[in-house]
Design a protein. Structure first.
Ligand code: CP
Ligand code: NVA
Length: 304
């Protein structure tokens, strides 16, 4: 098991399976009301540079439920905002915490934290990746479909951080993943090419949302403008319109397809209200599974 969780391409298939198994076990125990106090005495920091509802709340709840203590820090209230070097911050916070989740902009920042920290560093979203989200989304697929093998997974919309983490996961797990994005918003070519090298036949990027969604078992989308891209929102709206997940597009998918969105959703943009609230949508279970997966992640990384 890796010491840090920075991006999914760093994990082996066994690492993924260890996370899934532990998350399922912790979920079972929570539903049965059996307490699991594996992190008593541990302190977990959350250093966030961007807003968050789910990731912050589920990591904090996960830590409390496992008997440990979470400590949230908004980066803008720290000396980082006054140019204290990352390498100094990383070494100082390592003296206080047993693990640290970071939500920030560039991957370089989190990589630098990982280089200098002596505690596990967990990527809670960066511009190019959202690994913990895709781990918990795979848990949701396992919940509804029992397996991720032999499924067709569609990604419709922006070739963003979520898309990149799906591509990373597809390479390691051998997933059948078809992404439909406007050409100017294709996922990063280096990330796609590396993944295709590992999983040559089952990862595809197209500009045709119907091709991606046709007979798909899982239909996944995300906002058209991510955090930090707010100024591009209006310009993007026009380009992305044909990539809306609506009932017409969903009719192309398998009848029992599940619709996923990591949230927050912009109803009427990347997804329509009727699809988000409709019978195929699993978004609330998807949000819940962040709690169970985050428990598995912190328990495994903070105790190994
Ligand atoms: N899905 C997700 O990461 O949500 P938050 O931005 O609310 O954490
Ligand atoms: N792609 C989105 C995900 C939010 C959870 C963003 O980065 O804003």
């Amino acid at each position: 098991m890796t010491k840090h969780l920075l991006k999914l391409s760093d994990l082996s298939k066994t690492d993924f399976e260890v996370f899934f198994e532990r998350a399922m076990e912790l979920k079972r125990r929570q539903k049965q009301g059996t307490a699991n106090r594996s992190l008593v005495g541990k302190t977990f920091g959350l250093l966030f540079d961007k807003p968050s509802t789910r990731t912050r709340a589920s990591f904090e709840a996960a830590m409390v439920q496992l008997g440990g203590t979470p400590l949230f820090i908004s980066s803008k209230d720290t000396q980082i905002s006054r140019a204290e070097p990352i390498k100094d911050t990383a070494r100082v916070l390592s003296r206080y915490f047993d693990g640290l989740a970071i939500r920030t902009f560039s991957q370089d920042i989190i990589d630098e934290f990982a280089r200098f920290a002596t505690i596990p560093i967990i990527n809670a979203l960066t511009d190019p990746y959202h690994p913990c989200q895709v781990l918990s989304d795979l848990l949701t697929i396992l919940q509804f479909k029992k397996t991720y093998e032999k499924l067709k997974i569609a990604w419709v919309g922006d070739g963003n951080n979520m898309a990149h983490s799906w591509i990373n996961a597809a390479a390691v797990l051998g997933l059948n993943l078809v992404l439909a994005c406007p050409e100017e918003y294709f996922p990063n070519k280096i990330i796609v090419d590396e993944a295709i090298k590992k999983n040559p036949d089952k990862i595809k990027v197209t500009t045709d949302p119907v091709e991606a969604v046709r007979e798909a078992d899982v239909v996944n989308t995300d906002v058209w403008a991510s955090m930090g891209q707010e100024s591009e929102q209006d310009a993007r709206r026009g380009v992305f319109e044909p990539f809306q997940v609506n009932s017409k597009l969903l009719a192309e998918a398998a009848k029992d397809a599940i619709v996923m969105h990591c949230l927050p959703a912009h109803r009427g943009e990347e997804i329509t209200e009727d699809v988000l609230e409709g019978p195929n949508s699993v978004v609330w279970d998807q949000s819940e599974n962040k709690l169970h997966m985050h428990k598995a992640i912190i328990e495994i990384l903070l105790t190994s």
